[in-house]
Design a protein around this ligand. Structure first.
Ligand code: TGC
Ligand code: FAD
Length: 395
């Protein structure tokens, strides 16, 4: 048997269909810039951050300087006017580092800046967006409640009009960036349906409590929020949306980015597995020379390729203004499932070495347990696709 590695290859094992050639020069430049940031600034620290349960807050100014906060928003609000594919590539390269870093950017960009941009007043946009793009104001997004996140229509948090103010009471659970945030986008029931409020986190009655003992997304801050007679003026209400479609519209933006992110996590895991398998000699040959391991690695390449093509087409649809939420659900389901399976297989190929954070797979594997749950669980997305296919709502 020839166990010599093939020396000449024209294909990139992590992009077997040369999906990169389908990108514009500008999109490739965005990808390369964020890839460099991940290689130079995230990867050297992230294992330790995960071990210590610490979000690398010191990277926020650099993330902001690179234009990664609200990158698709117009420049007049501090955005970079990028297209959706570029935003996807940002998510992919950041999540190649860690899902926690991508989460930070998703929440700030898609869940906090987007609703202010899409549903806010001119004053709200001017007041918050430029500072958020610079990372001076960090936001969090409070939709999920302790009694069940999959069914946000059953919202208990409520806001009552009191003169010119609103008084908000309730609790939110599992909120990314909760303890870092200066503002919270809080969704609450009102007499006129669900509405969104920009709540400064130093408002009396607002508290955030960091959730400890997580085994997943350890390099990200996750919090419970409590609102006890929190009083805000009417000018804090997002005036241009009412009903569940408000928060769900934000989720569509974030979920789109999340279809790309896990591709990065999967590539990181596969790369670790390939490199390890080529040098781990067992039974007188590298394990990469065994059919069992090659089958696993080939399957990783197959699934990564499918996910790359899916997200790119989704991005092209989004840029053309034709993306539908069901298409996002299909890709979120497919791509997160792809990445979680690859992370687990990669961990297995590493044997005992795979159980420490010296290598990336176990960290990605644990992180992806959150990614498969948040922004709609796998089951929720399956049911969205099922509803489209059958015309029957099975929720
Ligand atoms: P349904 O009756 O289907 O819809 C109500 C209204 O909303 C519209 N709509 C959407 N709009 C935009 N995007 C979407 N994806 C939309 N889905 C529905 C819909 O057209 C309708 O509008 P209108 O004008 O007719 O009123 O709503 P439903 O109650 O049957 O719920 C459907 C379901 C289960 C899919 C929905 O509730 C759901 O998606 N549940 C999952 C909740 C979820 O994903 N929560 C995520 C919280 S945030 C988070 O996890 C952040 S993690 C961040 C990180 O760290 O990266
Ligand atoms: P539940 O809704 O209670 O679901 C429990 C189980 O029931 C799941 O397996 C689910 O798939 C299943 N299920 C639900 N409905 C059905 C059905 N009809 N048929 C069959 N099975 C069903 N939320 C925010 O608002 N903002 C954030 O920033 C945020 N960040 C998060 C960060 C992390 C690390 C995590 C873990 C979560 C975050 N979330 C956030 C919350 C997240 O969106 C919810 O965890 C998610 O929507 C699921 O809600 P739940 O945890 O209450 O589970």
């Amino acid at each position: 048997m020839n166990t010599q590695p093939k020396t000449v290859t024209t294909l990139d094992p992590y992009d077997l269909y040369d999906v990169r050639s389908l990108l514009s020069d500008e999109e490739r430049m965005v990808q390369d810039t964020v890839a460099r940031f991940t290689d130079e600034r995230v990867l050297p620290v992230i294992g330790e951050c995960f071990d210590q349960g610490r979000f690398p807050h010191e990277l926020v100014p650099e993330i902001a300087n690179l234009g990664l906060l609200g990158p698709t928003l117009p420049t007049e609000y501090g955005g970079a006017g990028m297209n959706a594919v570029s935003y996807g590539l940002i998510c992919q390269e950041l999540e190649r580092g860690d899902s926690g870093i991508r989460s930070f950017v998703s929440v700030q960009s898609s869940l906090c800046m987007y609703p202010i941009y899409a549903y806010g007043s001119a004053e709200q946009k001017r007041e918050w967006l430029p500072d958020m793009a610079q990372g001076k104001v960090i936001g969090c997004f409070g939709l999920t409640e302790p009694h069940g996140g999959s069914d946000p229509a059953n919202m208990k948090t409520h806001a009552k009009k009191d003169g010119g103010d609103w008084v908000i009471n309730g609790a939110k659970m599992w909120i990314t960036n909760g303890n870092l945030a200066r503002i919270a986008i809080v969704w609450a029931q009102t007499e006129d349906g669900i509405q969104g409020f920009i709540v400064p986190t130093d408002t009396p009655g607002f508290t955030a409590q960091e959730i400890q003992r997580k085994f997943s997304l350890r390099a990200s801050v996750t919090s419970a929020l409590f609102l006890d007679n929190v009083r805000v003026p009417d000018s804090a209400r997002l005036p241009n949306v009412r009903g569940l479609k408000g928060p769900l519209g934000c989720l569509t933006q974030a979920r789109y980015g999340i279809t790309w992110g896990p591709i990065g996590a999967a590539i990181a895991c596969m790369r670790d597995a390939v490199e390890y398998a080529k040098t781990r000699i067992l039974f007188d040959r590298p394990i990469a020379a065994t059919q069992a391991v090659q089958l696993k690695l080939a399957d990783m390449a197959r699934r990564i390729t499918q996910a790359q093509l899916m997200s790119l087409q989704l991005g092209r649809l989004k840029d053309a203004g034709r993306m539908q939420p069901t298409q996002v659900s299909l890709a979120k389901w497919n791509n997160v499932r792809m990445a979680i399976d690859i992370a687990r297989e990669a961990r297995d190929i590493l044997g005992g070495a795979g159980i420490t954070t010296e290598y990336s797979p176990i960290r990605h594997m644990l992180n992806l347990e959150s990614v498969i749950t948040y922004e709609g669980t796998e089951t929720v997305h399956q049911l969205v696709v099922g509803r489209e296919v059958t015309g029957i709502n099975a929720f």
